[in-house]
Design a protein around this ligand. Structure first.
Ligand code: PXG
Length: 284
């Protein structure tokens, strides 16, 4: 069976799953989304993703036309309907179709659930670690679209990603408007120095990642000293270990930043331990 996409309560074959070219999601990037994983037929941290989606919606004054509990059920239904055991979900709410102007008042939001597969980083990269650059594009100022909103406006992050790809890397670190480390284009960043795990706080201009929060819990339970702290590029360059967290990447080491080798240039021991705990947890 071809992938079936859920749109506003109805299933469509992937190729017939369409929305209007007048949708403000397309015209203006006016909308929000979540990326989720399915592990062993179960949606990982579904309630957390639903909560974040409704917070994003509220922040951009978009009223999702169904209650959170119904959307949660719809996501589970779409996974069962597609018989997906391990995969990836893209949950999208657009402002909806309106006129060719910014005014959203005529728009009726569209809800879309795509259950598909995910392209993972090659397995070897989890051992060798990623090489990243620092981007010249800054993460959104909190008084622009706040980075805590997972909006359909990813242009800054995409430009940073293009910059990384041009430099021969797969990811880029983005700084905030104060020059502090924010996060990567689609992942949060952690550093380890002298045994202490640190990551920028939510108000540093980051998406408060669900994987980030889960890894913080794992670290606390494992007795790894942890702090939320503002970080500079210097803290990144001199770290003993660096890793990224995200729905797509899970937990992955970074072993080179702007041509500086991090630690001994391999996945570090605390990263390996946390990655091990993460992998175990998603199998439970
Ligand atoms: N920061 C940003 C800017 C993100 O977009 C994360 C951090 C990590 O958050 P979670 O909640 O996933 O731990 C994200 C998530 C992709 C892709 O295809 C990116 C994300 C999610 C799903 C897929 O690159 N970004």
């Amino acid at each position: 069976m071809a992938t079936q996409v859920w749109i506003n309560g109805q299933y469509f074959d992937k190729l017939d799953a369409k929305i209007s070219v007048y949708d403000h999601g397309l015209l203006y990037g006016d909308g929000i989304f979540e990326g989720l994983r399915v592990y062993s037929s179960k949606v990982f941290k579904l309630q957390e993703h639903i909560d974040r989606l409704y917070d994003s919606a509220k922040s951009i004054a978009l009223k999702i036309p169904i209650p959170p509990a119904d959307l949660l059920k719809a996501v589970e239904d779409a996974v069962a309907h597609n018989k997906k055991v391990d995969g990836y979900i893209r949950l999208i709410v657009t402002r909806g179709a309106g006129s060719l102007g910014l005014d959203p008042r005529k728009c009726e939001p569209n809800i879309i659930i795509i259950v598909d597969d995910i392209v993972l980083y090659p397995k070897e990269l989890y051992e060798a670690g990623l090489e990243v650059i620092t981007s010249s594009y800054i993460r959104n100022h909190p008084n622009a679209t706040n980075p805590r909103v997972k909006s359909l406006n990813y242009l800054n992050n995409i430009l940073a990603k293009i910059e990384a790809i041009r430099a021969g890397c797969l990811e880029a670190i983005m700084l905030n408007h104060k020059g502090e480390v924010a996060e990567c284009t689609g992942d949060n960043l952690f550093v380890i120095k002298k045994g202490i795990l640190r990551t920028p706080p939510a108000d540093a201009g980051i998406l408060e990642g669900i994987t980030r929060n889960f890894v913080i819990d794992l670290a606390r339970h494992a007795g790894v000293p942890f702090q939320e702290a503002n970080l500079t590029r210097h803290d990144v360059y001199v770290a003993d270990e660096i890793f990224l967290t995200g729905t797509a990447a899970e937990v992955i080491a970074v072993t080179k930043v702007d041509d500086r080798v991090i630690g001994d240039g391999k996945q570090g021991p605390i990263t390996a331990r946390l990655r091990g705990l993460f992998t175990k947890a998603i199998r439970e």
